[in-house]
Design a protein around this ligand. Structure first.
Ligand code: UD1
Ligand code: MG
Length: 449
């Protein structure tokens, strides 16, 4: 059966108090919208429609960044969730299959849950299936009024009677229906309610009036958590991190102090790797097996092969590729560079736009001078090169394999294989001159011994 996903992302998110649309606020390094779209990817949806409104240009760009062939439609003005679904009508014209409606601000719905909804709808021959959850604090959620496994209607908290408010089975907002039926039902929704909005939830009563049935299945309340405020975003982040840390440990990764390690939505860590305290993973990091990340490292957009050792206090930026057994030490920054197998950059260095061959050693305080104020240039370092401490490698420049660079050099020209380069002024010593100079300076300052 073909499947379409409709992701509602037109709302402003007033309580975020932000100029940025709510669905573009980040959770675990990715916009909330991408978390919702991940469900579509997992279900291999045939069509993905994102309904944008507030900040539509940015929301549409983010949607395409996740799924290049996602269809984006605009809902202007925003008159409610049924009105939002109808904005996707043209995009689904002629689509023969199921449609699932998700919210762009609800990041944790599992694909398995969506599959269970689709199966429940089909098994009971229901027109519509909603996703509900039990909560002790139903607050302002819509209440699902059930009779056995039949969903009779949904009442929004604003419109509920005291008896209905006591119901604890709540609407997550996720709906599954045959795509054409969904649009027909949504088109019949009116706005005669406390908020004056077109409520998607009204499709249950409309279906019933037409002799069509609805059902609801329950999922864990943790899946239906939506983000409405900065505090809610922080709670969602904490929930994500707790789960991601537990998953990493279950997969054979040691987290010495799990609550101090922050993972991204796509962090991949191989078995037997050890992550020290206070390590932050940005998006796009992949670690092989048996990698050690010592405390206080920041990693983003990089790959680290098995057996490498990083930190403490290292920063790996996008495009850093650290080969097996290599070592990156304290206060070293690496960007868009490959560090070859067994190579070492031990202390206080900047390595950018570089290629460092296997087994090379980069001395403390070495800087690849990669930027001239206009363009970036590459530094090529062969295998088994020794770069003395405090060297400036002015790119573009190439150091041949087996070359040695004298400490304190400024290297501007190619160094041939196995050559020793001195890129500094020759030292001269003037006997006794320091003592004489000191005496003269002291006299000038009017001081005595
Ligand atoms: C909705 C449900 C409620 C449910 C709750 C769960 C309705 C009428 N109510 O209420 O039963 O318990 O979600 O969180 O559906 N949106 C648009 N365009 C609009 C309006 C909303 O795209 O015109 C989007 C929002 O950006 C948001 C989602 O739809 O992602 C839900 O809208 P929201 O206003 O948060 O609905 P709730 O009042 O929370
Ligand atoms: Mg809401």
């Amino acid at each position: 059966m073909a499947l379409a996903l409709i992701i509602l992302a037109a709302g402003l998110g007033t309580r975020m108090n932000s100029t940025r649309p709510k669905v573009l606020h980040r959770l675990a390094g990715a916009p909330l919208l991408h978390h919702a779209m991940d469900a579509a990817r997992a279900l291999q949806a045939d069509r993905v429609v994102v309904v944008a409104g507030h900040g539509a240009d940015a929301v549409e760009a983010a949607a395409r960044a996740h799924t290049p062939d996602a269809i984006t439609v605009r809902q202007e003005p925003q008159l409610g969730t049924a009105h939002a679904v109808l904005a996707a009508r043209a995009a689904l014209a002629g689509f023969d299959g199921d449609a699932v409606v998700l919210y762009g601000d609800t990041p944790f719905i599992r694909p398995e849950t969506l599959r269970a909804m689709l199966a429940a709808r089909r098994a009971g021959a229901h027109a519509v299936a909603f996703l509900g959850f039990e909560t002790a604090e139903p607050g302002r959620y819509g209440r699902l009024i059930m009779a056995g496994d039949r969903l009779i209607r949904i009442v929004e908290a604003k419109d509920a009677t005291p008896a209905e408010l006591a119901v604890t089975f709540c609407n997550s907002g996720v709906v599954a229906a045959d795509a054409a039926t969904l649009m027909t039902l949504a088109a019949s929704v009116g706005n005669d309610n406390a908020a004056g909005e077109y409520y998607l939830t009204d499709i249950v009563a409309i279906a019933a009036a037409r002799g069509q049935s609805a059902t609801a299945i329950a999922c864990d309340a943790a899946e239906t958590v939506g983000v409405d405020s900065r505090a809610g975003l922080a709670r969602a982040e904490a929930a994500f991190q707790a789960r991601a840390r537990a998953d990493a440990m279950a997969a054979g990764v040691t987290l010495i102090a799990p609550e101090t390690v922050f993972l991204a939505h796509d962090t991949a860590i191989g078995r037997d790797s050890v992550i020290g305290p206070h390590v932050v993973f940005g998006p796009g990091v992949s670690l092989g097996e048996d990698v050690e990340i010592r405390p206080f490292c920041h990693l983003e957009g990089c790959t680290i092969e098995s057996g490498a050792r990083i930190g403490p206090h290292a920063r790996l930026r996008p495009g850093a590729a650290i080969a097996t057994g290599a070592r990156i030490g304290n206060f070293v920054e690496v960007k868009a560079s490959r560090v070859g197998a067994g190579a070492a950059v031990g202390h206080l260095s900047y390595v950018g736009d570089s290629d460092i061959g296997a087994g090379s050693n980069i001395g403390a305080g070495t800087v690849t001078c990669n930027y001239d104020g206009f363009a970036k240039h590459r530094t090529e370092i062969g295998a088994d090169v020794f770069v003395g401490s405090g060297s400036m490698l002015v790119a573009p420049v190439r150091l041949g394999k087996g070359a040695m660079i004298a400490a304190g050099s400024t290297i501007t020209d190619e160094v041939p294989d196995d050559a020793l380069a001195f890129g500094r002024a020759r030292q001269t010593n003037r006997p006794g001159l320091a003592a004489r100079l000191r005496a003269r300076l002291r006299a000038a300052a009017g001081r005595r011994d």
